[in-house]
Design a protein around this ligand. Structure first.
Ligand code: FMN
Length: 433
């Protein structure tokens, strides 16, 4: 495996580093915000970020520099930057670590992104359950204001940046960028139809960029070390490092920052210590609950945007969930569907109704009451959701169902033929209650 050094998780591994402003400035923090404000033009900055190849770490992997360049240059009204700290994707917990252990890194990134798009107002939308994270960010914002790193006329320039922390109320859908904007505006968090995209009509109908915490945290380092340095890490099209949250049946679960392009095998067996109790591996979710399941035959797939797509899944939010041979795949799909059904915002009928129907059929199969035609019924229900919803939640919720049917169809068939779950003897009872 290529030797590597973490970028974003580096400071917090320094002895005594607690992520205070003093700590962060002690390692050169905020020097890049000062530099861009004093010495650079927004278009130079956008070019550097484009050149670095940085792609969004929130899920879709869109080019960050490109996204910024969609903000209309001639717009005279306000523009906004929203930092997406909603992190609600099951199996993903990397933003939480960045927020709790080194918040100024993200704040400096926010300042840099504001300058790039000409925004004087930034919002951090944080997941409602992140009580500690919200407190830490609020303190960090106060420290930064006291040190005149945010506020008016920054670093002797006439550029102002204000940052506001906005707490969510516990809805997964508010991580979707347009639902997030609705929520900040005080409305119910439901996605908007796109186009228009947020870059044109975003927050309060003004041009807006929504970027993930990890995406923004990378910016000071790209500026400090140069875009060529960043582009030299990872693969040609998936540059830089990525923090993967590894969980499930591994010996050493945790957040690991690695160059994009290492193999799933390296991630699971070398970095996370292998499968718990040295059991056989059965399935891997490589990019959060929305990412289709993979099998052990995919272990040599590289963890970059393109390679994971080639084997039929996605890198998504970077949540890697590992399942051993004793895991029931019907149960795993049902478990995720419980989540998606609960979190469907209800705006689009195929998602609202379809998620309930899919869950009902999965419960029936797992509980030993499935019928042979149920497998095709599940596929048909998924097809009625795919491409028929306002946001990507629809595609997200069918991923686990279609991929478990594709990769583990025999498990569905065994449940139906044996009229029971072969892995969970009390499943029928549990589902009945
Ligand atoms: C249902 C759903 C939930 C999402 N949740 C999050 C989230 O919690 N955090 C996040 O950064 N992006 C999330 N996204 C992706 C955002 O819509 C958006 O693409 C991202 O914040 C853009 O930032 P980036 O370009 O830096 O990746 C979600 C998308 C969908 C469809």
């Amino acid at each position: 495996m290529q030797t590597y050094e973490p970028i974003l998780l580096k400071n917090m591994s320094r002895p005594g580093y607690v992520g205070s402003l003093e700590d962060y400035r002690g390692v050169g923090g905020y020097a890049m915000l000062e530099k861009v404000l004093k010495e650079m033009s927004p278009s130079d900055l956008i070019d550097i970020v484009k050149k670095s190849g940085l792609r969004g770490r929130g899920g879709a992997g869109f080019s960050t520099g490109m996204k910024w360049s969609f903000i209309p240059k001639d717009h005279t009204g306000p523009r906004y930057l929203c930092c997406n700290a909603d992190e609600s994707e099951p199996g993903t917990f990397k933003d939480r670590q960045l927020i709790e252990r080194d918040p100024h890194q993200m704040l400096e990134g926010i300042g840099i992104a504001c300058f790039a798009i000409g925004a004087h107002q930034a919002y951090i939308y944080i997941r409602g359950e992140f009580d500690l994270g919200a407190e830490i960010i609020q303190n960090a914002i106060r420290e930064a204001y006291d040190a005149k790193l945010f506020g008016k006329d920054l670093f002797g320039t006439d550029f102002d940046i204000d940052v506001v922390l906005h707490r969510g109320a516990g809805a997964y859908i508010c991580g979707e960028e347009t639902a997030l904007l609705e929520s900040i505006e005080g409305k119910r968090g439901k996605p908007r139809t796109k186009p228009p995209f947020p870059a044109i009509h975003g927050l309060y109908q003004e041009p807006t960029v929504v970027n993930n915490v990890e995406t923004l945290a990378n910016l000071p380092y790209i500026l400090k070390n140069g875009p060529e340095w960043y582009a030299g890490i990872g693969t040609q099209k998936s540059t830089g490092t990525r923090i993967f949250s590894v969980s499930g049946h591994v010996k050493r679960p945790g957040n690991y920052e690695v160059p994009l392009g290492i193999t799933l095998r390296e991630m699971i067996y070398e970095i996370a210590g292998g499968v718990r109790e040295d059991k056989e591996l059965k399935a891997i979710i490589p990019g959060g609950a929305s990412a289709p399941f993979l099998k052990p035959e995919h272990l040599d797939a590289r963890m970059d945007f393109e390679s994971i797509a080639e084997v039929g899944s996605m890198l998504g939010s970077g949540g890697v969930t590992v399942m051993d041979v004793d895991t029931c795949m019907v149960w795993a799909a049902m478990n995720l569907m419980e989540f998606f059904h609960h979190e469907s915002c209800g705006k689009c009928t195929p998602c609202r109704e379809g998620s309930a129907w899919i869950l009902q059929v999965l419960r029936r199969i797992e509980g030993g009451l499935g019928k042979p035609e149920d497998i095709d019924l599940l596929v048909s229900l998924c097809e009625r959701i795919e491409g028929k919803t306002v946001c990507a939640f629809g595609e997200a919720e069918i991923g686990p169902i279609l991929s478990t049917i594709k990769n583990f169809r025999e498990e569905y068939e065994t449940h139906i033929a044996e009229k029971r779950c072969p892995y969970r003897p009390d499943a029928a009872l549990a589902i009945a209650h």
